[in-house]
Ligand binder design. Structure first.
Ligand code: SF4
Length: 638
């Protein structure tokens, strides 16, 4: 065991002088009865814990769980990143020193670990980087803060780090600004910044969320390579089990602040023992088959609503009488940790929930049709001191038809023109050439074809928390667009808004809540209610599930399918998540660099794609799912 002989704190790093017993592996980080929380109204409120968890040097540990399970809070608490009211207790032994605590010395230790012993990368890297500083300045500045480098040495090290994270011609990135780089390039820059302090643990918090499937693969491979070459532990926080299966050695599943299951990737994925893990596994859409999704009913309880019993009690499908009277204790067997009175012995069933209806199998197919004919969108790029004036072709001669009651999936990487297409359909911008028209005039509506596009189509954005006004309640969000219609009285607007929200499962109590009081799934349902309250003929959903947990994602997909079945609305579902598109779309258009390279019925396209680019995208998506299957298979072969 590690024997700590003395400790000293330098300007930026915890240094342990230790005598190490090499006969027994010592975890780099060891949590025991570790609890972290914050102070609300003068009282301590635990958010995560008590938790026992070991992280070994050079290992990659995946942290799974829904939003609100405490994944990010847990690891931010280790480096005092949860704000001035945050606290921690129990033990968090890092290289032999307990850094948990709320006393000034513990907080000082936690802050000194930040950036040096523990590096962080987050999702949406473009938002995390300073937009007005070049990449070179950000890297050189950070390097000189952590090391005693001259400017020349810092520049040389910055180039070395940019090369290490896989950016070709690294010197050329020094003068670039974040807005000039893609999401994947910015994430590599974020990783380079995190490596500045030579961390021994890298916390990667949803690093691939929102990235294209090919960029996601590149980032995962990079993290795996860095962990092996640098012998650096990587904690990969993600709601995507396929991503975790792709690169992790072990998986820890968190629910309502507790570690409910922990073990090797193979054992957890092949035979999940906790009912929550088991349900999570069956909530994921699959690219290999179109099947109805079964979300986990209910939501993760907020910290203030947790009871002393099992946190999963209200959602559990195998609870027993014992669960109603006592909380389970954590049990460890063969390096597998499970927190449950009644671990599952059989995989959650049924495994096949049937197929969702397709546009051809639903009865309501009457309504207008949206026709895009030879649509081109070109942006003019202004001349700068570095570049001449230019044109960017975001969409090239695109022709599509969206029939009533049909769901069109649009897939492709960033820059392929997916979002431009969505904005054109809802009339947020005009095509440079070509036409977008709505044909099929309903009875008693002679002005119908002349109405602006935004009267026919509504847009649902990717991130519901940033698309809603933090000052308005859920009800006010839905009432607001109804005011623009003018013809409705106040009472009618209220009734319509309530009807739309109730249809989406938002309760009367939740209707008067502001966005900060609602979960991600509830916010996205409010956004959908706001769109459907206007009774649009078409809904454009731009990455509506990419920021959501798998269970909430399944819920949103089911809601959209139900809306289509009940109202005959035509849906354009834009996503880089091919499995989600497989679960919902009747037809799929594959976009590349502004051009539609393939269009086909979803069943044909996913089974036998014709275009090389489509084959490439499907192969990458399948490799993630195959990682889960391979992990399971490897255990079966033991
Ligand atoms: S302890 Fe009981 S309620 Fe909780 S997950 Fe296990 S079986 Fe379900």
């Amino acid at each position: 065991m590690m024997q700590v002989s003395s400790t000293c704190i330098t300007q930026s790093r915890v240094i342990v002088r230790s005598g190490r017993d090499h006969t027994a592996p010592t975890p780099l980080l060891s949590l025991r009865s570790y609890t972290a929380g914050t102070v609300i109204n003068g009282a301590d409120r635990p958010i995560v814990g008590p938790i026992d968890l070991d992280i070994e040097t050079g290992s990659i540990v995946g942290i799974a769980g829904e939003s609100g399970s405490g994944k990010s809070f847990l690891f931010k608490s280790l480096v005092a990143l949860n704000g001035s009211r945050a606290w921690s207790q129990g033990t968090a032994t890092f290289k032999g020193i307990n850094v948990a605590g709320r006393d000034p010395q513990s907080l000082d230790l936690q802050r000194r670990m930040r950036g040096s012993d523990v590096g962080f990368i987050f999702q949406q890297p473009t938002e995390k980087l300073d937009p007005i500083m070049s990449i070179g300045r950000q890297l050189v500045g950070t390097l000189r803060k952590h090391h005693d480098f001259t400017k020349r040495e810092a520049v040389a090290k910055a180039i070395e780090l940019l090369g290490e994270v896989g950016l070709p011609n690294p010197e050329s990135y020094l003068s670039s600004y974040p807005h000039q780089l893609s999401g994947g390039q910015n994430q590599r820059v974020m990783i380079a910044l995190a490596l500045v302090g030579e961390p021994e643990i890298l916390i990667a918090d949803e690093p691939t969320t929102g990235l294209d499937v090919s960029v996601q693969e590149q980032i995962l491979v990079l993290l795996q390579k860095l962990a092996r070459l640098r012998q650096m532990a990587v904690v990969l926080v993600s709601h995507d089990l396929d991503v975790l299966a792709r690169v992790c050695d072990q998986i820890a599943v968190l629910y309502a602040g507790r570690l409910v299951e922990f073990g090797s990737v193979a054992s957890v994925l092949r035979a999940p023992k906790h009912p929550y893990t088991s349900r999570l596994m069956h909530t994921r859409p699959s690219i290999t088959r179109r099947a109805s999704l079964l979300p986990i009913p209910g939501e993760v309880p907020a910290p203030e609503n947790r009871s002393s019993l099992c946190g999963f009690l209200s959602r559990c499908h195998v609870k027993t009488d014992l669960c109603e009277i006592s909380a389970p204790a954590s049990e460890t067997k063969n390096s597998r940790v499970v927190l449950c009175h009644n671990p599952v012995k059989e995989p959650f069933g049924p495994t096949n929930f049937g197929q969702p209806k397709t546009s051809s199998s639903i009865s309501r197919l009457s309504g207008p049709t949206l026709v895009l004919s030879e649509v081109t969108k070109t942006y003019k790029l202004a001349r700068t001191w570095m570049t001449p004036a230019d044109e960017k072709h975001a969409l090239c001669k695109l022709s599509l038809t969206i029939k009533p009651g049909s769901i069109l999936g649009i897939v492709g990487e960033s820059g392929s023109g997916k979002t431009t297409l969505g904005r054109l359909i809802v009339g947020a911008m005009k095509p440079s050439t070509g036409t977008i028209s709505v044909v099929g005039c309903p009875e008693n509506a002679p002005n119908f074809p002349r109405l602006p596009l935004w009267r026919h189509a509504q847009l649902i954005y990717q991130n519901p928390s940033s698309s809603l006004d933090p000052r308005l309640t859920a009800l006010e969000h839905v009432i607001e667009p109804l005011i623009s219609r003018g013809a409705l009285s106040k009472a009618e607007r209220l009734a319509k808004a309530q009807e739309a929200l109730l249809q989406l499962g938002i309760t009367k109590e939740q209707m008067v809540c502001k966005p900060s009081k609602l979960s991600g799934g509830q916010l996205q349902r409010v956004a959908i209610a706001r769109a459907i309250a206007l009774r649009p003929a078409f809904l454009v959903c731009d990455e509506p599930t990419s920021a959501l947990d798998v269970s909430v994602q399944a819920n949103v997909i089911n809601i959209l399918l139900q809306l289509r079945d009940e109202t005959g609305v035509g849906i354009v579902f834009i996503s880089h998540n091919l499995a989600a598109v497989r679960a919902i779309a009747d037809n799929v258009a594959v976009m590349k660099a502004g051009t539609m390279v393939e269009y086909d019925h979803a069943d044909r396209l996913f089974v036998s794609p014709k275009h090389e680019y489509t084959k490439h995208l499907i192969k990458l998506a399948r490799s993630n799912e195959a990682a889960s299957a391979a992990a399971s298979a490897s255990l079966m072969s033991l």
